[in-house]
Design a protein around this ligand. Structure first.
Ligand SMILES: Cc1cc2nc3c(=O)[nH]c(=O)nc-3n(C[C@H](O)[C@H](O)[C@H](O)COP(=O)(O)O)c2cc1C
Length: 262
């Protein structure tokens, strides 16, 4: 990934207000109908055939998952492709033996982590894809680990919350994430976006998926030996859709309930 980013950085520059700026043109000829087809045909599939998914396809889908946007670029996710038959059997049980898990050719545990913020902030500065790290960027990544550290029993978080609440009386201020649960939510948001990339990528390859949060978090944690600061956002089952793999037509309520012009 980082090789790709540095390759992109070498691509081209453009002059803006007399200064050279990084230039990455927006591709114009993407087939929106093909994209729509992927989005529309994605369904939660609860029954898969026994056809395996080629490893190259799984890897390609994971690579596309890793390209999801992520807060501050900090990539708080991990994906465990459960390949061992023994672990897979245990994971199916942890997923309450749901048919989607039982029949899936692949089970991928999507995990969010809150304990790599400092490490990845430093990594970001080391692997910055341009010759010079702008001062603002440097300061940003130096501050993030302090901003997102809740402290023992959320003590730092409460101090920050109070300080920003006062500052917030006169200007817009960040209201979080400060507490441990806010930082978990922060990590879960980006991880869920990567999960969406993952399932759409499988669909684009002709395979299907079921996102599952119906699992025993304690058992999954034990199975993968996850550290305290990691938690499972969802398990994605993937495979070839069985003829009766989708149980009913998709239900979406009227868009007026959700889309607002303000
Ligand atoms: C976070 C999340 C967790 C889900 N957990 C389960 C699950 O444990 N088992 C299941 O059969 N479906 C699960 N689903 C699938 C939803 O039931 C499904 O997305 C919803 O009914 C809409 O159907 P569609 O995905 O076919 O559009 C989950 C979906 C999401 C986004």
């Amino acid at each position: 990934m980082s090789e790709n980013s540095s390759a992109a950085a070498k691509q081209s520059t453009v002059m803006v207000d007399g200064k050279p700026r990084y230039h990455e043109p927006a591709p114009q000829h993407i087939d929106v109908e093909a994209f729509r087809q992927v989005v529309i045909s994605r369904r939660s599939v609860r029954k898969f055939t026994s056809k395996p998914i080629p490893k190259e396809v799984v890897d390609d889908c994971l690579d596309m998952a890793l390209l999801a946007p992520c807060s501050s670029g900090l990539q708080p996710w991990e994906f465990y492709v459960v390949r061992s038959a023994d672990k897979k059997a245990k994971l199916v049980k942890a997923c309450m033996s749901q048919l989607a898990a039982k029949t899936a050719a692949e089970l991928i545990v999507c995990v969010a982590r809150t304990d790599r913020i400092e490490e990845f902030s430093r990594k970001m500065l080391r692997e910055w894809p341009m010759p010079d790290v702008p001062k603002l960027v440097q300061r940003y990544y130096q501050l993030i680990p302090y901003n997102y550290a809740p402290g023992p029993l959320n003590s730092f978080a409460m101090v920050k919350k109070a300080a920003f609440a006062v500052g917030g009386l006169v200007a817009a201020v960040p209201r979080g994430p400060y507490t441990r649960s806010e930082v978990e939510l922060w990590a879960a948001k980006s991880t869920a976006l990567a999960c969406e990339n993952l399932v759409l990528a499988f669909r684009a390859h002709g395979y299907d998926t079921c996102m599952m949060e119906g699992f025993d978090e304690v058992r999954v944690r034990k199975l993968l030996k996850l550290p305290d600061a990691a938690f499972t956002v969802m398990v994605v089952g993937a495979g070839e859709r069985a003829d009766d793999g989708v149980f009913w037509p998709q239900v979406r309520f009227d868009r007026s309930l959700f889309v607002h012009d303000v």
